[in-house]
Design a protein around this ligand. Structure first.
Ligand SMILES: NC(=O)c1ccc[n+]([C@@H]2O[C@H](COP(=O)([O-])OP(=O)(O)OC[C@H]3O[C@@H](n4cnc5c(N)ncnc54)[C@H](OP(=O)(O)O)[C@@H]3O)[C@@H](O)[C@H]2O)c1
Length: 226
């Protein structure tokens, strides 16, 4: 169970049978997303609509240029949260547009002029961490100052790893795509560092599985143990 001072976090992703999130390193996941069933796209937007916030890593913004808004169903777009240690977001990124409120989370090492430029453009900048974004601290700020109770993260693998490694992910929902793309360095669900021993494996419990249109969807609880 999450602490009361941080949001409940759901990791959601579309994923190939071989566990990959894109066609190859550097490719936008929008290419794979075109193959999601219409019903599953709706599920994704419904999930966004019931969350207070949505977070993706800065590299996903730089590669996919995501909007992270609710478009296919009625409902309010969640607060968009982008961690980037150096406040490195393209000024014309879709996520900085007027469709929803955005928080950029940066570290103390971020260049002051970038932070000032973002703030001048109406973006909230939260400083958390010395050299890289301190995700546990960011979670506390989102709960305390922005009232975020339920949050989803939509990748990519580097952020997914950091969130799991800090034990900040409570649930995982996967949309399985019937493809294999291969590639040893193709981004998979979780990147980051490898673990050393079986004791360090993240253990999951399957909660539900169902078809949504032509896609299998699986839902998992993350069990961190004592
Ligand atoms: N299939 C899907 O559902 C899906 C979803 C999302 C993304 N993707 C794919 O994933 C790929 C991008 O993934 P990625 O692993 O390269 O990048 P990512 O996880 O999207 O972003 C990682 C970046 O976030 C920033 N960051 C700041 N603080 C961090 C912290 N404490 N922990 C982790 N990250 C932190 C860093 O950028 P700074 O240098 O700016 O600090 C870091 O390089 C793209 O190809 C995209 O298409 C697929």
């Amino acid at each position: 169970m999450p602490d009361n001072d941080r949001p409940h976090v759901l990791m959601m992703s579309e994923i190939t049978v071989d566990g990959k999130l894109t066609l190859k390193r550097g490719a936008s996941s929008k290419i794979l997303m075109k193959y999601m069933a219409p019903e599953t796209e709706i599920l994704l937007h419904q999930t966004r609509a019931v969350c207070d916030a949505i977070m993706v890593g800065a590299n996903t913004i730089r590669i996919d240029n995501s909007f992270l808004t609710v478009r296919l169903v009625e409902g309010k777009s969640p607060l968009r949260v982008i961690p980037t240690s150096q406040a490195d977001i393209p000024p014309d990124a879709n996520v900085l547009g007027p469709d929803a409120r955005t928080v950029v989370a940066a570290s103390e090492a971020a260049p002051a002029e970038r932070v000032a430029r973002l703030r001048a453009a109406g973006v909230d900048v939260v400083i958390a961490g010395a050299d890289e974004v301190d995700l546990p601290e960011l979670m506390r700020v989102l709960a305390r100052d922005y009232g975020v109770r339920r949050m989803m993260i939509e990748g990519g693998p580097t952020l997914n790893w950091s969130m799991l490694n800090h034990r900040l992910v409570d649930e995982i929902r996967l949309i399985h795509l019937p493809f294999i793309v291969g590639g040893a360095d193709t981004p998979s669900l979780v990147g980051g560092m490898h673990i050393e021993t079986e004791e360090e494996m993240f253990r999951l419990s399957l909660k539900r599985h169902y078809m949504c249109g032509s896609n299998l969807v699986t839902e998992w609880d993350v069990l961190y143990g004592a």
